[in-house]
Design a protein around this ligand. Sequence first.
Ligand SMILES: O=C(CO)[C@H](O)[C@H](O)COP(=O)(O)O
Ligand SMILES: [Fe+2]
Length: 217
Amino acid sequence: MQISPSILASDFANLQSELEAVGNADWAHVDVMDAHFVPNLTLGLPVVEALARVSPIPLDCHLMIDDPDRWAPGYAEAGAGSVTFHVEAARDPVSLARAIRSEGARAAFAVKPGTDFAPYEDLLPEVDMVLVMTVEPGFGGQSFMADQMAKVRQVRSAVARHGGDVWIQVDGGVSADTIGQCAEAGADVFVAGSAVYGADRAADAVEELRELARRHG
Ligand SMILES: O=C(CO)[C@H](O)[C@H](O)COP(=O)(O)O
Ligand SMILES: [Fe+2]
C-alpha cells in the first residue's frame, strides 16, 4: 500500500519544503497539465527536472497532456521514477511505454472516468501501473467518484489473469473517508492532494491514509 501525495494541493512557492514535508510517503505525485488535454495549466519539464534534483522521494508524474508520445519519455529522462500518460491522448501506447521504460522509469497509463478499460487490457504486459481516475482530470479538490470502483475491480481481475506485478493507482478525491473502498476494490497506490496538504501535518495524514488502506486491502 503506497501513498503518493499530489503537490498540486501544496504551496507552489515552496515546492522543495512541500516535498520534504511528505518525505515519509512512497512517491510525490506531480500533475502536469497543458491547457489542451485538460482545461488547466500547471508545470512542465524544467520544473520536474528541478524537483527531481531535490525531492527526498521519487516523482510520480501524471501527464494530462496532448501528444504524450512526443513528451512523456523526456519526463523519465528528467529523473521521474514513474511516468503516467493518458491512453485517450496516446497514438502508440506500446511504443510509448517501452520508450519510458528504456529511460529507466516505471511506465503507466491512465483512464478518465468515461473511458472503458477493456480495450486497453492487452497493454498490461507493457506497463508497471494503471491509473484509474476517480475525478475528471484537470483540478484538485473535486468529489470522489465511487462509481469508478467497478473499474478498479475490473483492472484487478485483468492483472490477476495476466500475472505480473502491475500496480493499480487511484487519483482524485481520495481521503480518509474514501480510501477504504479503493483498497477493498483492489487499488494499491493512492494519490491524495487536498487530504494530505490540507491536513495540519501532511506527514501524519500520509501515515493515517496508509494505515486505512492496509486495514481495508
Ligand atoms: O490528477 C489530478 C487532478 O486531475 C490530481 O492528482 C488530483 O485531483 C489530486 O487532488 P485531490 O486529492 O485534491 O483530488
Ligand atoms: Fe493526478
